[in-house]
Design a binder for this molecule. Structure first.
Ligand code: MSP
Length: 634
């Protein structure tokens, strides 16, 4: 683990609306990576900020009846406040309406214009008035309708300024092919290469003020503003002193990692590299595109009313648990589905049970066996070697995870080490050793149990900084050096002789709420439309209820045994307040047959039944007449 430089960025967020869990995820992921690198002793710079120009912001301002600048000033604080609540450790927060950023963008544009890398041209295109978007002929269908909304477009001619992006196409293809780490995950590099198979056009980098006035004015033509993406991408260099502070810029550029969502891949892997090439600057080391947080299988959107507000979860479950869940649950690169049930399940199993138990057992045991001073260890046995090997594996895996930016894999091994810690206490039974007066053996067990906690507290520190600081304090550690990652690979017996303190439960168990039996709320037409193929990803089948009984300890759930074709399955459904077990038996119902199996109140549930619900009533979807159980629905 050698000290290096690490410069990480998040996308800069549009200030047209308040932040949600998707924005929180990218920022927390970047924060966690920055914190790990600081723990490694790397010189680290973490940049985030807001993207304040362009049509989205102008439209939001119009809708709110304020000036665009006011819209920015009102909304930016919501991001800044949330980042404070999430304990984001950014070194700088950039706003693209800052004077310095605007001037740097103008200087770059002027230079590229002077070098004939930006030129003026007549642009013929098709304009969709409601969408306020331009399309070329090849984007449109036979009727020349808008590919976004299907309405008629108007053919218009407009003069605009273009960046000679096409010039760099071949160079970019070769660069991507020769630098396998440049775009991550690898399938996103292939996606970019696929995009580059078609001829790459020049990039329109201006908007006439008559159409859009909220932007950075072009220095060589006051009738135009800069295209918002050209302006926004430059934040990554204007934020670290480009053209203003050479020393700073040299120290940080090129960035180690631009963390982005998959929807902004092309702008980052095609526009941005060609812009940097034209400016004669090195390319960032890695562009890492993560997937999306979905709600169920649906995109999060205000119009669907399913936007997850991070603050609600933090208030309910605490900040560290929220940060842990986001990191552990999403495999970087792939989509993940957010549900509160999954949150509670992971919270209870990983944090309250595994980690919480280990912490409280070790502390209680050490306090009970004497004065709470951590004793020096005696001779090691097989059990300690096994435990230490599990912890070493977690350290190695986390080191690898940092290199490949896949923190969830590192966390999995840390949780394995936590479970190894619990097994160790069960095997070595310190309470029996204490009872039998086997002091030397007891000392060894208490020491290595505490040492495991120390190492785990460091490995998890970037993810759960508050709880892990509290844990180290309980172990009697004060020295900040004790939390450096490299102290994990030295075994210097730092704990021996330290006074342990008691600690309230780190994570209190929470009661899972009974699941809803109905699918997500209906979505308005338009944005939420799905294709027939998407619909058929859900396998709906008929099923016959063979047996039904109430689930103990809740008045909401029934446990059903159902017949689906030749197969018998168990299903747990939240229908007990509307149907008695007797009334369910014999019904021909409709289920989602290919839902991932889940555990509800400890009972396996293979699928979900469909029902209609209006707030007061719930009615099952049943089959009109006789048909074999297991028949396809759709
Ligand atoms: N302003 C541009 C980025 C310019 S960077 C030079 C932008 N802003 S955004 O606010 O719309 O989105 C910012 C980031 O949030 C994107 O990386 C996007 O992928 C991410 N997310 C928005 N919704 C998301 C989810 N539901 N899940 C995960 N991330 C998603 O694009």
């Amino acid at each position: 683990m050698s000290a290096e430089k690490f410069y990480i960025t998040t996308p800069i967020y549009y200030v047209n609306d308040k932040p949600h869990i998707g924005h929180a995820y990218t920022t927390i992921a970047a924060d966690i990576l920055a914190r790990y690198h600081r723990l490694l002793g790397d010189a680290t710079f973490f940049l985030t900020g807001t993207d304040e120009h362009g049509q989205k912001v102008q439209k939001a301002a119009e809708a709110h009846g304020v000036t665009p600048q006011q819209q920015c000033d009102d909304t930016v604080v919501r991001f800044q406040e949330l980042w404070r609540e999430l304990e984001i450790s950014n070194d700088k927060f950039i706003r693209t309406t800052e004077e310095n950023h605007k001037e740097v963008v103008q200087e770059i544009m002027q230079e590229l214009y002077d070098r004939d890398l930006i030129y003026r041209d007549e642009y013929k295109g098709f304009y969709c008035v409601p969408c306020e978007r331009f399309f070329t002929a090849k984007d449109l269908d036979d009727q020349c309708c808008c590919p976004e909304c299907g309405r008629e477009t108007q053919e218009i001619k407009e003069s605009n300024y273009f960046f000679r992006m096409s010039r760099y196409q071949q160079w970019l293809i070769e660069y991507i092919e020769n630098h396998p780490d440049f775009i991550q995950p690898a399938f996103r590099a292939n996606e970019t290469l696929g995009f580059l198979k078609k001829p790459l056009g020049d990039l329109c980098v201006s908007r006439p003020k008559s159409r859009l006035s909220w932007g950075i004015e072009l220095p060589f033509d006051r009738d135009y503003v800069c295209y918002v993406w050209f302006d926004a991408l430059i934040n990554y260099i204007s934020g670290v002193g480009y053209r203003r502070n050479d020393e700073m810029f040299k120290k940080w550029w090129p960035a180690s990692c631009h963390l982005i969502g998959k929807d902004i891949l092309t702008t980052h892997t095609v526009y941005w590299p060609t812009m940097l090439k034209a400016m004669g600057l090195a390319l960032p080391q890695t562009i890492m595109a993560h997937g999306w947080w979905l709600v169920g299988r649906t995109k999060m959107s205000k119009s669907f009313g399913n936007v997850v507000n991070p603050l609600d979860l933090i208030r309910k479950y605490g900040l560290d648990a929220f940060r842990y869940f986001l990191m552990a649950e999403m495999t970087l690169g792939q989509d993940a589905s957010f549900t509160e049930e999954a949150f509670v399940a992971r919270y209870n199993s990983d944090l309250a049970n595994d980690l919480g138990n280990l912490v409280s057992r070790v502390i209680k045991m050490t306090l009970r066996c004497g004065s709470g001073v951590i004793p020096p260890p005696g001779r090691l046995t097989e059990s300690e070697l096994e435990l230490n090997a599990a912890v070493d594996r977690a350290v190695a895996e986390m080191e690898q995870a940092l290199k490949t930016l896949r923190i969830n894999q590192g966390l999995e091994q840390v949780m394995n080490a936590v479970r190894a810690g619990n097994r160790y206490l069960e095997q070595t039974a310190p309470w029996t050793l204490a009872k039998n007066g086997e002091t030397e053996r007891l000392n060894t067990v208490l020491y290595y149990a505490a040492e495991t906690l120390r190492k785990i507290s460091i490995l998890l520190d970037p993810v759960m900084p508050d709880k892990m600081t509290a844990l180290r304090r309980a172990l009697g550690l004060k020295n900040p050096e004790a939390s450096r990652l490299d102290s994990l690979i030295r075994d210097e017996k730092v704990l021996s002789g330290l006074q342990m303190h008691d600690l309230d439960a780190l994570f209190l168990r929470v009661k899972p709420e009974a699941p809803e039996a109905t699918p997500a709320p209906s979505e308005p037409p338009g944005e939420g439309l799905i294709s027939i193929d998407e619909f058929f990803t859900a396998q709906l089948k008929t099923a016959k209820v063979l047996a039904a009984e109430k689930v103990a300890g809740t008045d909401k759930l029934l446990k059903l045994q159902i017949q689906v074709g030749a197969e018998k399955r168990q299903l747990v459904a939240g229908v007990a307040q509307f149907y008695t077990p007797e009334a369910m038996i014999g019904k021909n119902i409709v289920i989602v047959a290919n839902l991932k199996p889940a555990k509800i109140r400890g009972l396996a549930s293979q699928g979900m039944l469909l029902a209609a619900k209006d707030g007061k009533n719930l009615k099952l979807l049943t089959i009109d007449g006789d048909i074999a159980a297991g028949s396809q629905v759709g």
